[in-house]
Ligand binder design. Sequence first.
Ligand SMILES: [Zn+2]
Length: 342
Amino acid sequence: MIIDVHGHYTTAPAALGAWRDLQIAALKDPANAPSASALKISDDELRESIETNQLKKMRERGSDLTIFSPRASFMAHHIGDFQTSSTWAAICNELCARVAAMFPDHFVGAAMLPQSPGIDPASCLPELEKCVRDYGFVGLNLNPDPSGGHWTSPPLTDRHWYPLYEKMVELDVAAMIHVSTSCNACFHTTGAHYLNADTTAFMQCLTGDLFKDFPTLKFLIPHGGGAVPYHWGRFRGLAQELKKPLLDEHLLENVFFDTCVYHQPGIDLLTKVIPVKNVLFASEMIGAVRGIDPATGHYYDDTKRYIEATPHLSDADRQLVYEGNARRVFPRLDARLKAQGR
Ligand SMILES: [Zn+2]
């Protein structure tokens, strides 16, 4: 079985973006704020948006199941206040829940949180609980920088975030550490801000002792871990100077990496440097990089091809990357698959 742990609803019907535009416009004129119920997307529209896009590509490329969350760049937690994010997150999560209910063999949800700059992460817990308990979601996306590129929140190891981690442990859900749109002109959203954030999140975990307090907490660092695998020697050396344990022991029971790296040498390096037990298959398909690589004739985000072609991976290694690791990192997914007899 092939589980893609990183998919977003990037192909939602245009009505969703139009509703968001109205919500943003109403920040200056609250009397015109749209109600959540003003958004109408029919089951047929929803079905078509998936069948002609993600599901079509999953069938073509041979993946079975996607952990599916709201479009990351649309989260834009820096816009408006907590109430703005709260309404927006509820709408986006509900759409993913409808997709998962419509295609239960192929999609399972992960939650967007209603984060907002300066807001206590505990405010996000009711939305997370609803997504996990009512919608059957198995994970969440945690934005370490709700300010959108200005990094005004404390590091992920700070007690500021602990109420969220306590709830994650209680619910047994893992977080993908995923920023949203950059509103800092220095950082391109998907080319710089995303990869910066992946690297930054890892380094925050390295300098702290978060997993001593939360030994079962699990973070998935997307986009192949940003600069982390490439600079693994630097991180090992820094950990040594900081008198931290070896990284295997310090971080690798809790921190995982996905395969959203869009070329063969990158995947070769990732899977050589990072233990296979810490690498989870993902494509983030129909996402940031949608084109065809002229050097190969294949889509950049058709990441299964790279896993297949990695010379040093055994069949057992590939099984871990495709399925075994995802079932371990997302225990609720494993339980759900077992209940389906998979
Ligand atoms: Zn993503």
